[in-house]
Ligand binder design. Structure first.
Ligand code: UD1
Length: 421
């Protein structure tokens, strides 16, 4: 397994381009299942999760053509509405094929994702929603098997805010008979991006970005072209990388609009941040203070602070002035990076879903292990500021979600190299 070796202590300086959003691209790739006409997507990031999703769609009979960051999907030959365990187990987002398959084919066989490092993450809300729309859904031998003539519009209420749950049900409702209302819907920008793509395909959706989404079902959707939104978590991660190293960077191809809560906290930590915006171009510049001030955070659904930035902020706080309290309210087991950060000399106490982080003068390089995607990002940030050399093992997690990470960091002046297994 590949490793990342970082020599800490270099302030990040310069400019880097932010990629398209993984969490927008994944559901949008699945939306191609809803039509027999080609869907062309641009700004698609080059990530392992994207390749896994494309392989999954191909084995269902979807034709895929890739050229640079453009992907064209043609689901006219869709003939196998099945997502096998081997693929779903490596990427939970594979469950996003469920809604589109049921809507278009009237059946789907999708493996349950099973446990993952950050908690149980069930899909009961996805299933409950499809059942309310008239599908017969059974969980048998580890698979969700769904069957229906045509889905019927319904009033849906999810017990908690679920991002992929909202996306799955919104896609399914596009081809249902009549109106579907999703209450307690996720308001994440990626849900809005998906709704925009679906609308370009002829869907009738209103309210995306609020907690009530209304979808008027149509008989069929058509082909379209859509540009994937910038990755707000990648953006936030690079902002943190500049902040923790005392650097100054400019991120292009991204927008402040998607990450108010993160920008706010970085400003509280002492960073100067400004945005540029024109019809053609957006960029963000961050200048770090000499010493960061500790900032407490509490993760919650958008527009509150994203759980996918929690690990990065825990790392920032390990070297900040003061003590921070970090509350994780979305996932039950998302502090695994804390133990690894302790190996680098961080002072962190965990009590249930709360971490108390007291800033230390300096982290020290060591060997650590990546446990999940965002935890790994937290460890990279720690490596960038730690004294000496930090080796991060199991970086396949990073390859799932950060496009060309070591090239981008090197471009900003970091001393980082990949050691291939
Ligand atoms: C998405 C993101 C992920 C992010 C997360 C929370 C994608 C591909 N992934 O994951 O990066 O960390 O949102 O912002 O977009 N839950 C249930 N039953 C369900 C569905 C969810 O109990 O049927 C629970 C989960 O266990 C979790 C919470 O609801 O505790 C939120 O999960 P959810 O928003 O569904 O996360 P994902 O959509 O999987």
């Amino acid at each position: 397994m590949d490793k990342l070796v970082i020599q800490g202590g270099q302030p990040l300086k310069g400019e880097v381009r932010i990629s398209g959003a993984k969490n927008a691209a994944l559901p949008i790739l699945c939306s191609a299942l809803l039509t027999s006409e080609p869907l062309t997507l641009t700004n698609v990031p080059d990530l392992n999760d994207i390749q896994t999703m494309l392989r999954l769609l191909e084995q269902m009979g979807v034709k895929v053509a890739q050229s640079g960051d453009t992907v064209t999907l043609d689901a006219s030959g869709l003939n196998n509405p099945t997502a096998p365990y081997e693929m779903v187990k490596t990427m939970r987002a594979a469950v996003l094929v469920l809604g589109p398959l049921v809507a278009r084919c009237g059946e789907a066989h999708v493996s349950l994702p099973g446990g993952c490092a950050i908690g149980a993450r069930p899909v009961d809300q996805h299933i409950k929603g499809l059942q309310s729309m008239g599908a017969e859904v059974k969980v048998e031998h580890g698979y969700v098997n769904a069957k229906v003539g045509r889905l019927k519009g319904a009033r849906l209420f999810t017990d908690m805010v679920t991002v992929t749950g909202t996306e799955n049900l919104m896609m399914a409702a596009c081809l249902a008979d009549g109106e579907t209302v999703i209450e307690n819907a996720a308001r994440e920008p990626e849900v809005v991006d998906l709704a925009q793509c679906l609308s370009a395909m002829g869907a009738r959706i209103s309210g995306a970005g609020t907690d009530v989404i209304r979808i008027q079902g149509v008989e069929r959707l058509h082909g379209a072209t859509h540009r994937i939104m910038p990755d707000r978590i990648e953006t936030g991660t690079y902002l943190c990388a500049a902040a923790i190293t005392g650097g100054e960077i400019r991120l292009t191809g991204t927008s402040m609009g998607y990450l108010d809560s993160v920008v706010d906290k970085l400003m509280d930590a002492g960073c100067e941040i400004s945005g540029e915006k024109s019809p053609q171009f957006e960029a963000i510049t961050l200048r770090a203070p000499k010493k960061l001030t500790a900032v407490s955070i509490r993760t919650a659904p958008y527009p509150a602070f994203p759980t996918d930035m929690q690990a990065q902020f825990m790392t920032i706080n390990t070297v900040a002035e003061g003590t921070a309290v970090i509350r994780e309210t979305i996932f039950e087991n998302r502090f695994m990076h804390a133990v690894e950060l302790q190996r680098l000399g961080a002072d962190i106490q965990i009590d249930g879903n709360t971490a108390f982080v007291r800033g230390v003068a300096q982290l020290e390089g060591a060997t650590v292990m990546a446990t999940d995607l965002r935890a790994s990002a937290g460890l990279v940030l720690a490596g960038l500021v730690a004294e000496g050399e930090t080796t991060i093992e199991r970086i396949y997690h990073l390859d799932r979600g950060y496009e060309h990470l070591e090239q981008k960091l090197s471009q900003l002046g970091a001393i980082v190299r990949r050691v291939r297994a």
